[in-house]
Design a protein around this ligand. Structure first.
Ligand code: FE
Length: 287
């Protein structure tokens, strides 16, 4: 049976990609964030997951206004890198794990979560901004196959935060019922505080960010009591993406605690990364 080895919560942002691609990740300015990603990479290299399940939101790079799913899973063999307007980043397509994708899809639908199926999917910075920092391929393509899972935090009405939490619990059931003995790490990307439009452009809400990091670790259900409007007021309009961490946290045992954590309020964002090693990878639920 498959195991949930742990979880990762991570900001996603084109700015992270720029820093990485220009070779600035090790600079004094960016080490407070990228140093933690190095720790995450070393941890993954030690526990050797077979697959990453990555929850993210598309930024109008694969989906468009003609049809926007609430939740969508990729079931492809591979996922090309989306061109977000400046040419696609210089990485090969990400390898998929179609068999696990289909299993999780069937299990979620049987569990009353109706998920859009994507036979083809280009992945944007929602997936690809943290990935090069945590994959341990050392330049030999990608080491870690990915199951991409897109959620709607863009076009209202959005699924409720509670829906994300419950979906995480259903995801745990889905992974644990996969018949092969593989290890999965669940990743939730997005946030933390940022606002990219209007008079509050660039506001960073450190109090909200620190409170969120505490709550997602110790009392994640508390976050389900926020409305989308609460999250946007507290963290900035784009901060509503942080609900995607609830799927990651919902897929972990309640007892999981972050063993790697960094928060870096810098320029126009509150950046964060958190990693949880699941002490009990196969048993029970988090309910
Ligand atoms: Fe985003």
């Amino acid at each position: 049976m498959a195991r949930v080895l742990g979880g990762i919560g991570a900001s996603h942002a084109p700015s992270m990609e720029q820093v990485y691609d220009r070779g600035h990740a090790g600079t004094e300015e960016w080490r407070p964030l990228f140093g933690a990603f190095d720790e995450v990479r070393k941890w993954l290299e030690r526990i050797r997951p077979d697959v990453l399940f990555v929850v993210y939101n598309d930024h109008f790079d694969h989906f468009w206004l003609d049809a926007w799913p609430q939740f969508a899973i990729g079931v492809a063999e591979e996922y090309p890198i989306a061109d977000e307007g400046q040419g696609a980043r210089d990485f090969p397509p990400i390898q998929g794990h179609p068999d696990l994708s289909w299993h999780i899809l069937r299990s979620l639908v049987a569990d009353e979560f109706d998920i859009t199926v994507c036979q083809e999917m280009e992945v944007d910075h929602g997936v690809i901004s943290p990935l090069p920092m945590i994959d341990f391929s050392r330049g030999a393509g990608w080491q870690l196959p990915v199951v991409p899972f897109a959620s709607n935090v863009i076009l209202h009405p959005l699924p409720l935060p509670r829906r994300f939490w419950k979906l995480g619990q259903a995801l745990r059931r889905a992974i644990l019922s996969y018949p092969e003995d593989i290890g999965v790490v669940v990743v939730g990307t997005g946030g933390l505080s940022h606002q990219l439009t209007g008079p509050a452009f660039g506001a960073v809400k450190q109090d909200f960010d620190r409170e969120f990091l505490k709550a997602i670790a110790a009392d994640p259900e508390r976050i389900t009591h926020y409305t989308h409007e609460d999250l946007m007021k507290l963290g900035g309009t784009e901060a509503v993406e942080v609900v995607q961490w609830l799927i990651m946290r919902g897929a972990l045992p309640a007892s999981a605690v972050p063993h790697i954590e960094a928060y870096y309020a810098h320029r126009i964002m509150g950046y964060a990364v958190q990693a949880y090693e699941a002490t009990d990878a196969t048993k029970g639920t988090n309910a």
